[in-house]
Design a protein around this ligand. Structure first.
Ligand SMILES: *Cc1c(COP(=O)(O)O)cnc(C)c1O
Length: 472
């Protein structure tokens, strides 16, 4: 399998070439040259596999530059009951009436990003070891992504992590989770500023190409193809659990922000997995809902980007969206470049023409939005009807899922975080008698553990000095 760029660069690259990279050199995103097709016989064979073996089969279709035995070892080292809490790894929880949750949040940071990031940690260690190289991952986080990256990379050979966060502005749980890590290769840099200051520093350091090359600076952001590929696996795993035969179809509802999670669903569907609808749910930041309803993609400025109670979906611009649009346009790289390099950059967005909008309908997407009041109502109604507590992001997915039910088609709502991370909103939804959201035993007393972090001024020089002192 070779990879190309959505903006037209067709230099053939293998999986290992793009694994450690971000954007393609022409500014596009990497995609495989084609989506391998999965026929009925293959689906029937995969139905009985363990999660780790299923991951191995799917990854093998996209990775031909890692020996099979090594890839199998990596998927088996990643998807274990010890890390993800159950032998099924992503079990379904029925809510009645053909509706269920797929648990993707039982990894170390209690959010679905662990599903991909844990694999990425093992792939990075493997590839860097094979090349005899090291990598220093630099990132900025307001919560989920940074902690998932740190828990994936902790203790890994050849990798160090420098994670900037706004000092005192993450939730107490998130701070405890990140700062309690004692691994020598993890560096928490608490910046005396806001998240945008952190992001600006990361950009400034990355734009110093000489520094970047000398210290082998890399990233683990959501446009990484390996992360997306890892997420394709749980769509198959969810499908097999919800159906008895491969003649059946299911729909998936996906709480969405950067369009990474649901893009993996689009890839699974493009491979031939019988997915009826991909239901995209946004919160008040409804860039993507607007697109699927109107064909107009209008990115938002910071004044129009709201801080909500499902914070991991607070995006103004969806970084993975270009991948889907490229497929929607019949893989026309010139038109993709026109829409993103011209339309988004110069005019803040674009509108599909009539033929393109008509073609969009063939990809199975429907969408909706959910507000703070919807979130509270969904959390309360789900608790009263089924005794199941859902987090705020999953509540957005569930609310929109209910608006797009089709008779006889099971609906799987992806659970993207555990309610334990958002205890305050659970209390707001359920009142004084609210149950305390359960926490995995391993995280008992998390807030009392010793913490390891440095406080820095908003100063590019100070961050560079820290990297210089500790780079692997
Ligand atoms: C990241 C995240 C999302 C959004 O996923 P995308 O891949 O960015 O669409 C939703 N819910 C939670 C809890 C997340 O951490």
């Amino acid at each position: 399998m070779k990879y190309l760029s959505t903006r037209g660069d067709t230099t053939p690259r293998g999986f290992s070439d793009i694994l450690l990279e971000g954007l393609a050199p022409d500014g596009g995103l990497y995609l495989p040259t084609h989506y391998p097709q999965v026929d009925a016989a293959t689906l029937a064979r995969w139905r009985g596999l363990s999660y780790a073996d299923l991951a191995f089969e799917i990854l093998s279709l996209y990775i031909d530059d890692i020996p099979s035995a090594d890839l199998k070892r990596l998927t088996h080292a990643t998807y274990t009951e010890a890390v993800f809490g159950t032998p099924e790894i992503t079990p379904l929880k029925p809510l009645g009436d053909g509706l269920c949750l797929q648990a993707l949040s039982n990894g170390p940071t209690l959010a679905f990003k662990d599903m991909a990031m844990q694999l990425l940690g093992n792939l990075f260690e493997y590839e860097l070891g094979r090349r005899g190289e090291t990598l220093n991952i630099l990132g900025a986080t307001s919560g989920d992504t940074g902690s998932a990256a740190e828990y994936a990379m902790r203790g890994k050979q050849g990798v160090s992590v420098f994670m900037l966060s706004p000092h005192g502005r993450m939730s107490p749980f998130q701070q405890a989770q990140m700062f309690s890590l004692q691994d020598a290769n993890i560096h928490n840099l608490a910046v005396e500023g806001v998240f945008d200051d952190c992001q600006d520093i990361v950009k400034a350091v990355s734009n110093d190409l000489e520094f970047k090359r000398r210290h082998k600076i890399g990233t683990v952001n959501s446009i990484n193809w390996a992360r997306l590929l890892a997420q394709v696996v749980y769509y198959f795993a969810g499908y097999f659990q919800a159906t008895k035969t491969d003649a059946e179809r299911v729909s998936f509802a996906v709480p969405s922000g950067n369009f990474g999670n649901i893009c993996a669903g689009h890839v699974a569907r493009s491979m031939g997995l019988p997915i009826h609808r991909l239901v995209l749910a946004t919160n008040e930041n409804d860039v993507l809902d607007e697109f699927f309803r109107t064909g107009r993609y209008r990115v938002r400025g910071s004044a129009e980007t709201f801080e909500t109670s499902s914070p991991s979906m607070d995006i103004s611009k969806a970084s993975n969206f270009e991948r889907f649009v490229f497929d929607l346009l019949g893989r026309d790289a010139a038109r993709t470049r026109e829409l993103f390099a011209e339309g988004v950059v110069r005019h803040g967005g674009f509108t599909l023409d009539a033929a393109e909008a008509a073609r969009c309908a063939g990809f199975g997407f429907v969408s909706g939005r959910s507000t703070h009041a919807d979130r509270l109502a969904t959390i309360a109604a789900t608790w009263r009807a089924s005794g199941v507590l859902v987090d705020t992001h999953t509540a957005d997915g569930l609310k929109v899922a209910r608006e797009h039910r089709d008779a006889g088609v099971p609906m799987i709502v992806l659970e993207t975080a555990l309610p334990a991370k958002f205890a305050a909103t659970i209390t707001e939804a359920l009142g004084a008698q609210a149950p305390v959201p359960p926490r995995p035993a391993a995280l008992a007393g998390l807030e009392d553990l010793p913490r390891r972090f440095s406080v820095l001024q908003v100063d590019v020089g100070a961050v560079k000095a820290c990297i210089e002192a500790h780079a692997g």
